[in-house]
Design a protein around this ligand. Structure first.
Ligand code: HPA
Length: 273
């Protein structure tokens, strides 16, 4: 059996004895959004450090808990704290939790993140549905022997984002009157922010937002046929657009300022999923 598959199975077996995530909605909470997890009813929380093969979070604002419970009456499995490639893990390591979710029977995945705005019309605080993405991380979690148990060698990415759940998300935003843009997310490996020249490049090739996450999870979810949608909170204008320097503090400040709007939207979408 493939090594990675073996590890995913081991982790899923461990978790199955503690939680029943069958048919749950899986959520990955991006920078600053962790406290949505506080609203989960009847939570069962497991620290990443207790879960075999789970990578540990090392970034401020990413706590490291897997939480099962209900939100608006829907069964949810939250990852409170994301694992990033720049932390030093391999692509296969950072995406293990997504594959484990699939093995646990999670029925749809909802990814959230903080991102820099490349599209000049996207001011800090803008929310953006990810309609498509550019993998500029220089690596791919599907590299290496294909894990047949999860999916095929050459998975299609034309329809990487679930059309069904995107429609639900879009209609939800309209119905509750929260404006959400649509765009292309381009992932860099980080951890340095992009240079102004890289952002000019990103803009020219069609990116609307840039970030350091989400794309590995999207690729793996698509590969194992786990329907997935993703939303970015634009926390700052990308490098070189205003001439100001970028900081993680600014990212956290903006997510704090739009958190309530973001949380409302995510909860309402979950409600209709
Ligand atoms: N670049 C990359 N990642 C980010 C940014 C950015 O400008 N803002 C928040 N995450």
């Amino acid at each position: 059996m493939n090594d990675i598959y073996q590890k995913c199975k081991e982790t899923a077996d461990y978790l199955r004895e503690r939680i029943d995530a069958k048919d749950a909605i899986g959520l990955v909470l991006g920078s600053g959004l962790g406290d949505l997890a506080d609203e989960i009813v009847d939570p069962i929380s497991i620290d990443y450090s207790e879960i075999p093969n789970f990578p540990q979070t090392t970034v401020k604002g990413h706590e490291g808990k897997l939480i099962l419970g209900t939100l608006n009456g829907k069964k949810v499995l939250f990852m409170k704290g994301r694992i990033h490639y720049y932390e030093g893990y391999t692509m296969q390591e950072i995406t293990l939790p997504i594959r484990v979710m699939k093995l646990l029977g999670v029925r749809v995945l909802f990814l959230t993140n903080a991102a820099g705005g490349v599209n000049r019309k996207f001011k800090p605080g803008t929310l953006m549905f990810i309609d498509d993405f550019i993998n500029y991380m220089g690596d791919n979690p599907l590299r290496g022997p294909n894990i047949e148990e999860f999916g095929e060698r050459f998975p299609d990415m034309t329809k990487a984002i679930s059309a069904e759940y995107s429609t639900i998300a879009k209609l939800t935003a309209e119905e509750i009157g929260i404006e959400v843009k649509h765009g292309v997310y381009m992932a860099f490996s980080g951890p340095s922010y992009e240079t102004p020249a890289e952002i000019k490049f990103a803009e020219r090739i069609g990116a609307d937002a840039v970030g350091m996450s989400t794309v590995p999870e999207l690729l793996v979810a698509r590969h194992c046929n786990l329907p997935v949608i993703a939303i970015s909170c634009i926390t700052n204008l990308a490098a070189g657009i205003t001439g100001e320097e970028l900081s993680h503090e600014e990212v956290i400040e903006t997510t704090n300022a739009v958190k309530e709007k973001f949380k409302t939207l995510v909860k309402e979408i979950i409600n209709r999923m």
